[in-house]
Design a protein around this ligand. Sequence first.
Ligand code: ADP
Length: 475
Amino acid sequence: MKFKKPQIKLKSLKSINYVLMKYFILLASLLILLVEVIFFMVVSSSLESHARNRLTGIGGEVATFMTANDDFAVSGYLRRYRQEGINVVVLSQGGEVLLPFDDSLNENYADEISYIKEQFKDFGGSSLLYSKNNSLNYVSVIDYHGGSYLFANYSLKIINGTRNILLVYFILVGIFVLLAAALFSYSVSQRLSSGIKNLSATAERFSKGDFNVNFTNSEYKELAVLSDTLNSVRDEVKKSDSFQRELLANVSHDLKTPLTMIKAYASMIREISGDNPQKRDKHLQVIIDEADRLTGLVNDVLNVSKLTSGINEINCKVFNFTEFLYGIINKFEYLQETQGYKIMVDVDANLYTRADEEKIGQVIYNLLGNAVNYTGEDKTVFISLKSSLDGDRIKLKIRDTGKGIAKEDLPEIWNRYYRSRETHSRPVKGTGLGLNIVKIILQNHSFDFGVESELGNGSTFWVDFPSVPAEIDVE
Ligand code: ADP
């Protein structure tokens, strides 16, 4: 058995690897961006606030130092701030640098002083922290030379430089984390998809007709469940495949015998018994019997394939089971009259059930046929149809007095084309399909059924039907 390759447009589909990696990297990039932006904002604002604190702190530091030291010491003290990148000077009211004593500092702060004076005039106070011309400035009025200004300024370029270095670091770290995320997502997706790829490779071998494949995956729960399901599908297909082969072999074998007989007897009639009415009738009877056997075989095969393919759905209705059963038993009357069979009947009157009448007829016909075929030398078959004590169920029992069925054979007899190895007490025209048909029909109805049998003590086949009032027939 081979399966047609599914026609999927692979080009329009994306691989699990691709999708997993794409979303993982996208998520990682978003996270990195978010973390870095927050970090960058926090660091730069803390750099600025540190600079502000430092500048305002200088005011207090210098004032304290000035009270205890002479101008030269203060001058040296102020110069020391340059190491931190902070320019600290004491300015006169006109903007000249009074301290530190430094030739290089002949810069005039007149503009700055007038700006400061304006600010003090507008807002009051004796100290001010402000940013101007890309630098952070601090000024406070001090009691030096009858009123001067302590002026400190810090270039914001230093902060921006630090910021830029940080930015470069962040970009480098981001690229590294992204690469790591890509590598990680690649290995995770590889691991995930390798399980699926293995299963798909096994399924491909299976589709090419290798039924000995084994679907294994124990790494992930979902794939383990899928493997398990695929293994049961494989078992079912394997079973059905071997059933098909067996059925074909058996059916062709069974078709051959009656066909050979029909041909042989037809030739005999043409060549030998054509003019002898007695012999001719006998030979014709053989042909009719063999043709009947062929019809039975073909019907059974058709029934099984129809039932298993689900073409024949069950069609339930309420009917008088008692009368229906008697109708079937009557069909076996010719056996009683011509071959001395006894069919003992114990049937309750007017029992009604709801089922597919035609199919249940086939079930009873097959079970009764088997009982007749396999019953003992007394040629007796017992049929009973009894209502249960609570009135809910009707039990049908068909018993024979034959050799019975071996315990190990009991579960097998319901299988398609099963025929016991035991030789039958009389030539039996079975196909090995009868009980399989019975099983499928009763399972489709969800009726309980079974067999009780012991070797040497005959067999009793039973089926439980629902008991319904005569008038009820609800779909
Ligand atoms: P068959 O056409 O061979 O009777 P069935 O499917 O009806 O096929 O039955 C399958 C096998 O079960 C039979 O070949 C026979 O070995 C066994 N079997 C069925 N009914 C009986 C019975 N009443 N007594 C003993 N064996 C039975």
